[in-house]
Design a protein around this ligand. Structure first.
Ligand code: LER
Ligand code: MN
Length: 275
């Protein structure tokens, strides 16, 4: 694998509460990694119920056995399972959210993978007007970033579409939110971007090297190629920023997990492999 090329990744979830969500593989992690390896993926993005799950797997051995890296660790279980968010009105819930995220950051860093902050960023609500929600989020990010700096970790902050959060919906808003942090980059999810950005390629270009990870999803959140996104200009924009991170398929397992994985790798090879 050339260090300068983009890398392919597929998602795996071990969170029953997220069933029906945009994750390709479910069930056995070794089997999923085996299938991903057979199809030629470089990495796997793991959505665990909590840090214990990652401690229980011998991920370093699995990685070596299948030749697949851990591309990133998702933290959405903190929200879907434990209802923890960085913008909760209750100080003790915000503290528990930080604690959960710090323990995930610890194990992600041990695995050499970045930790994603998506759903756990929360949103405004009763007792938490929008500016305060943003302030809580920034305070949380600062704390996590300084922890990451100490332990050599990396954080990926993900703007989400308006139906999931009112914190940051675009890459430009996300860039402002993470400004001045040292170990935090943006996660550009093409499903959310298709809803929120006026011009996806231009936004990628503008965010530039702040982008650390991509959720490689089509307009309908299916594998790239199964929706109506015009992919080439988006890949070109990434290329122009020198992006060499993952294109990770956070998509529905439709029509089946195997087919979603197959379509993803086919599209990856078509659009993102240098000719
Ligand atoms: C998480 O990566 C994400 O994109 C959210 O929509 C939660 O699924
Ligand atoms: Mn995403």
């Amino acid at each position: 694998m050339n260090e300068k090329e983009m890398k392919s990744s597929i998602t795996y979830s071990a969170v029953p509460e997220a069933l029906g969500g945009p994750f390709v593989f479910w069930g056995s992690l070794p089997e999923s990694m085996g299938l991903a390896a057979e199809l030629g993926f470089d990495g796997i993005e793991i959505f665990p119920p909590g840090p214990e799950f990652l401690h229980q797997q011998d991920l370093k051995a699995l990685s070596a056995r299948f030749g697949i890296q851990v591309a990133a660790i998702g933290t959405g279980a903190g929200w879907v399972r434990h209802k923890l968010s960085l913008a909760d009105s209750d100080n003790s819930v915000r503290s528990a959210a930080i604690e959960f995220l710090e323990s995930m950051l610890e194990v992600a860093t041990q695995l050499g993978a970045p930790m994603i902050l998506g759903s756990m960023q929360g949103r405004s609500g009763p007792g938490v007007p929008k500016p305060l929600a943003k302030q809580y989020l920034r305070e949380g990010l600062e704390r996590l970033d300084s922890r990451a700096r100490k332990i050599g970790g990396q954080i990926l902050y993900e703007p989400l579409n308006r139906y999931e959060t009112d914190q940051c919906n675009t890459l430009a808003q996300g860039s402002a939110m993470i400004r001045g942090l040292f170990c935090t980059k943006l996660l550009a999810d093409w499903f959310h971007m298709n809803i929120e950005e006026a011009d996806i390629a231009a936004s990628i270009h503008k965010a530039g090297t702040a982008i650390g990870h991509v959720h490689f999803a089509d307009s309908n959140r299916q594998a790239i190629g199964l929706g109506h996104l015009t992919v080439s200009p988006m890949i070109e924009a990434l290329r122009s920023t020198g992006y060499s991170g993952y294109l990770s398929a956070e998509v529905f397992p439709l029509p089946t997990s195997q087919q979603a994985a197959y379509e993803t790798i086919r599209s990856f090879e078509k659009y993102a492999k240098p000719t």
